[in-house]
Design a protein around this ligand. Structure first.
Ligand code: CTP
Length: 400
């Protein structure tokens, strides 16, 4: 697991929504990814979840009362407000949004919200009627106008039995929003980044397809890094196991032809194009309309080549656009990647091993090299995809 939140102090404010129990998992994930998580719970949150749960997963004392400083001097609210790199309120109730919007400070959490100068990220969770009430909407708008960040709420089944908007956003969406909020250097602000990701499924008949092992993890890591650095991101994703970050525009494209069309429709508006997808090089010439029945004879399929998406995008890129490919190689890795860099007219290519113990496909890590047209290949070793994405954007930022 990457330590995306290493050296960061996150103040997690937990309010009294039924979703409070889901904040434990957030505290755990943030801690596992390197953050120091200080949890503060409102009185009603403590009636729903025991503070000891947060203490156990985050390994830090939990702040439960305003005047705890006599017994817990380290959690005095001004000191914590100044120490935090981010103030995450999850779940955020209608009550805390109202208090924050109007500067009401009547408990530890609301008082500390007034005192902090760290970015504040709200993850609201409440009943649909409460969330859509004009009072709550006005409070959200006011907080946004003051620079507060929001993630969710999502739509779905609510604890009250209703279905609608108001669910606490998914854990990974909140973690992504934290990662984006914590990264202050927005060196790709105003840039449009287009990323292909995941595998293609080329149909054989109504139930069968030819696919590959790509998980979409590299495309996801690239998208999150671009978002962290302030870019506007579009991910054209094949049917991958890994969901791209919700803050990106996501276009689903199952086949290489669909992916090609989605990329070409956007290529000339993009400042950076990254091709992390494991594109299917061939498709079945004639897809059977009916399920092919089993028999004892050999089945012969004629495969015809698919377009080379990244080569087509590089040929039509607008001036100044940087095009980056990924080469999946089982042998002669650097030499083969270098050929692809030149043949496809790319600005950069990342070579990956796809065999042996360091196989990058489907994994969190891979062995990687960065190749540019005019410099020596740079070996990055066996590297986590999150870290690799950071290196890739560092290098793109340095391209003239
Ligand atoms: N790529 C693409 N369209 C294709 C094939 C590949 O856009 N039809 C992109 C991939 O997304 C990747 C780069 O080209 O960024 C290299 O892909 P790779 O599969 O390593 O190489 P191929 O060009 O398919 O060549 P080969 O299969 O012979 O290694």
């Amino acid at each position: 697991m990457s330590l995306l939140f290493a050296d960061k102090t996150i103040l997690l404010g937990v309010c009294g929504s039924v979703a409070a129990y889901r904040a434990c998992e957030l505290a755990s994930q943030l801690t596992q990814q390197g953050a120091t998580v200080l949890t503060a719970m409102t009185e009603s949150a403590q009636r729903l979840v025991c503070p000891a749960s947060f203490e156990a997963v985050a390994g830090q004392p939990v702040i439960t009362e305003m005047f705890a400083l006599c017994v817990q001097p380290g959690v005095e609210h001004i000191a914590v407000a100044q120490r935090a790199d981010l103030f995450l309120i999850a779940p955020a109730t209608a009550n805390i949004l109202a208090k924050a919007a109007h500067g009401i400070a009547d408990d530890w959490l609301s008082t500390t919200l007034l005192a902090t100068r760290a970015p504040v990220l709200f993850a609201p969770a409440m009943n649909t009627a409460m969330y859509t009430h004009p009072a709550t909407q006005a409070n959200v708008a006011q907080l946004r106008a003051r620079g507060a960040l929001f993630v969710g709420p999502a739509s779905g089944n609510l604890a009250c039995g209703d279905t609608g908007i108001g669910r606490l956003a998914d854990r990974d969406d909140i973690l992504d929003a934290v990662a984006i909020a914590l990264h202050s250097e927005k060196d790709f602000a105003g840039k449009r980044v287009l990323i292909t990701s995941g595998p293609n499924y080329e149909p054989i008949d109504p139930v069968r397809f030819i696919g590959n092992r790509s998980s979409g993890k590299m495309g996801r890591a690239l998208a999150l890094e671009a978002l962290r650095r302030g870019a506007q991101v579009c991910v054209v994703s094949g049917p991958a196991d890994t969901k791209p970050p919700a803050a990106a525009e996501i276009v689903y494209a199952a086949t290489a032809a669909q992916m090609h069309d989605a990329v070409m429709a956007r290529a000339d508006q993009s400042d950076v194009i990254l091709a992390a997808a494991a594109v299917a090089d061939f498709r079945v010439e004639k897809i059977s309309e009916q399920k092919i029945k089993r028999n004892d004879n050999a089945l012969r399929l004629t495969l015809v080549p698919n377009p080379d998406i990244i080569a087509a995008a590089a040929a039509q890129k607008r001036p100044g656009c940087k095009v980056v490919g990924f080469a999946a190689e089982s042998h002669d890795i650097v030499a083969n990647a270098d050929k692809k860099l030149r043949r496809k007219n790319l600005d950069m290519i990342v070579a990956n091993t796809i065999s042996g113990e360091k196989d990058a496909i489907g994994a969190d890590k891979g062995e990687a090299w960065i190749l540019l047209p005019d410099t020596q290949p740079e070996s990055l070793g066996y590297i986590d995809k999150t870290l690799l994405a950071q290196h890739v954007f560092d290098r793109i930022a340095r391209l003239a």
